[in-house]
Each structure stands twice: as C-alpha cells, then as structure tokens.
Ligand binder design. Structure first.
Ligand SMILES: [Zn+2]
Ligand SMILES: [Zn+2]
Length: 391
C-alpha cells in the first residue's frame, strides 16, 4: 500500500468532501403550503400558509407522517397545554401536530449536523437555552415556555404546542429536536419514537437503577404501553401492567409485561402484592389518569418507592399524603421527553428490543385529518395510534 502525504493527501480529502456535498440532495420548496389550523375548540380548518424559513440552528422538515396523540385531542378541546402568544391557541392560525417524522429539505445558517435528504423524527421541546432549567439540561421544563413571539421572543419552541406543528406540509425544527431515522425503519414506526422517549424520560425521572427492580405501569395507553416496553428493555423485573381492557393488556404482554392485571376483575393493589410475594415494587409509572391512581400506586410501591405521574385526572383529587410521608414515597411529575430520551428510545427501537409498530392501528391521508382525529378520539375500531401519511 502506498502512503500519501502533503498536497496529495489534502487534494484527496478535498475531493472526498466535494463528493459528500454533491451527494446531498437539493429540494424545490414552494412558497406556500397546505396546513390545518385550529379554529374554535374542536374545529380544524384547512388553509394555505407561507412555508416557514429555518433560522440559525434550525432546519426545514418536509413532513412525511404524523401521529395523533391524546394531548392533541386535549388541545383541540381545551386549549392547554398549547399556548400561542401567551394565551389559548384558538383562532390564532396555529397548526397543531407534534408526533411526526419527515425529510430535511433545507438548512438554516451554520447547520452541518444534518443534510438535505436526511430522514428524521422529532422530539417536541427545544428549550430557550438561556434559562436556569435549560442550563441544567431540563429543556422540557424551560422557564421561557411559550416565549417565542414579539418582544418577548426567547427562542423557545415546542412544535404543536407553542409553535406551528406538523398538520402541514412543512415544519421548522431546531436541530436539537431531531433524531436520525435508520433506513429500515418505516415512517409510521418513526412517529412513535417520541412516545417511547416520553416513557423513557418518566423512568429517568424516577432516578434509580431500573434493572432487576419491580415496575408497575398503570394504564395501557400509548405511553403506558411504551413504559412497559422501555422498562423491560432496561431490565425491570417483574414488569406488571394494569388496565381495564383485555385487548390492550394483551398488547402489553407482547411488549414485555410479565404480568397483566385487569382492574375490573381483580383489585390491582392486591394483585401486585400477590405477584411480588407481598413486597411491592420499587417503581410505578402512572399512565391512567384515574382519580385514585396515586393512592393505589402508593400502595403498590414498597417503603422508599417511587411513583412517576405521566397522566392526570381533570379534577383535583384527594390524596392520602400521610401515607406518602410515613413511607418516604417519592412522587415525580414529568412533562415531555427530556434528557434526549428520544435518542435512547430510538436506539432500543433500532435494535428491535421491542416492536412499537403493534401500537399503530390506523392510517389516513393528509386531507382526512379530521377523520383521523375522530378515530383517535372515539377509539373507533380500538384505535391506539392513528398515523397520517402525507402521501
Ligand atoms: Zn404526544
Ligand atoms: Zn429555557
């Protein structure tokens, strides 16, 4: 083999770089795009909007697929947690949709982390990067949440919550919110990475070592099901899933639950005690939002145990605080998918540690978004994850 030095070496390197540049695709981007916007509560209207321009540390993503989330339904009906210009998101030309994936088609100034043609999936929150929480790495709890407008613009983004989301042909994303999608992963599966990332962040938040410890997940919605899958992949033992519908519990078994408990047939606290020989578990991930869920979770964990709340009831509920205090039980609330959990969730999914695709039940086209929303809201045909494909 011949060694290469000096000029010749640099010429070769330059050649390789040029090759790289050439292989990145260029895309024709129209001036305007189709976008759904939220009108009055539960009213989605199809309009035409300018295609947004990516700024520094941002890219323009051509949306390929977007999943409907329970939080979308919450936003359509009640507004919060979406916040536009410091208030409710209704009639503000706001485009929802936050669980999506697509193709990078244009780079903002200085971006070399991605190139046009890259397939990416997204996490929601891009923190302002300048508040105390962002500086601590807690960007999903950015203190400048919703501060992205007018004189108050601090650069915070949460697409589909405080900035335009993906019920549109294009969306602007901070590079910090993007995860590369492997070639072999389908568009539909890639939209589920953020759900798995949220479940993983919930397990992170409880701050312990998961492997070898008991975990109960209450509520087999998408985050609960992913809580089972990620908990199992992290080595939790046993993993117990509780819920009311046998069809969902069956999916939980496929995703790694060692035991499932139908709370209509058996008291879940007694079931957990039975399964663990009376000891209880170290961790409960609460994903049901049932009014008595925290009291039950407290009874499922052992002394010093930890409970993460990833769902909530709509009304304030009574809680036996004395029991929590006497038993040194920690309670955590999570918001979003922090600590780059989507990247770790993607690693599990790429390694096929669990099959998230079994949660994907329905597919609709872009113009059918209102029907897709109806299927998700009314759980028609036992819909779990309804995905909208752009083409
Ligand atoms: Zn969501
Ligand atoms: Zn911040």
């Amino acid at each position: 083999m011949r060694e290469v030095f000096g000029d010749e070496f640099f010429k070769m390197k330059r050649g390789a770089n040029m090759q790289k540049k050439k292989s990145s695709k260029s895309f024709k981007i129209p001036k305007t795009m189709k976008a759904w916007v939220l009108g009055d509560p539960n009213e989605l209207k199809l309009t035409q909007k300018p295609v947004p321009e990516p700024g520094a540390a941002e890219v323009l993503v051509k949306v390929d697929a977007v999943a409907i989330c329970g939080t979308d339904l919450e936003i359509f009906a009640n507004g919060l947690p979406a916040m536009i210009e410091g208030g409710m998101p209704f009639n503000k030309n706001f485009t929802p949709g936050h669980e999506y994936m697509g193709t990078v088609v244009k780079l903002g100034p200085g971006v070399d982390e991605f190139k046009p043609g890259d397939r990416v999936t997204v996490e929601i929150h891009a923190g302002c990067g300048r508040c105390e929480r962002c500086r601590e790495g807690m960007y999903t709890s950015c203190l400048n949440y919703g501060m992205n407008y007018g004189d108050k613009n601090k650069g915070h983004r949460a697409n589909g919550f405080t900035t335009d989301g993906a019920f549109a042909e294009y969306a602007v994303n901070s590079i910090n919110t993007l995860v590369h999608v492997p070639d072999k992963m389908s568009d539909e599966e890639a939209t589920l990475v953020v759900t798995a990332g949220t479940a993983m962040y919930g397990l992170d938040a409880m701050g312990g070592l998961i492997a070898g410890k008991g975990l109960v997940v209450t509520g087999p919605g998408p985050i609960g099901l992913m809580g089972v899958a990620v908990g199992k992949a992290l080595g939790a033992q046993p993993v117990v899933l509780t819920g009311t519908r046998d069809s969902r519990l069956k999916l939980g078994k496929k995703l790694g639950a060692d035991f499932v408990v139908n709370v209509r047939k058996e008291n879940p606290v007694e079931a957990v005690k039975r399964i663990t020989g009376g000891k209880g578990v170290h961790y409960v991930m609460e994903c049901s939002g049932a009014p008595n869920a925290l009291n039950e979770a407290a009874q499922m964990v052992n002394r010093g145990g930890r409970v993460c709340l990833a769902a909530f009831p709509h009304e304030p509920v009574p809680v036996d605080l004395a029991y929590l205090v006497r038993n040194n039980i920690y309670v955590y609330g999570i918001r979003g998918e922090g600590q780059s959990a989507t990247h770790r969730a993607m690693a599990f999914m790429e390694q096929r540690r669990f099959d998230a695709t079994i949660m994907h039940t329905h597919t609709f086209s872009f113009k059918e978004i209102p029907t897709a929303v109806k299927y998700a809201r009314e759980r028609i045909e036992d819909a779990i994850k309804v995905v909208v494909k752009m083409k």
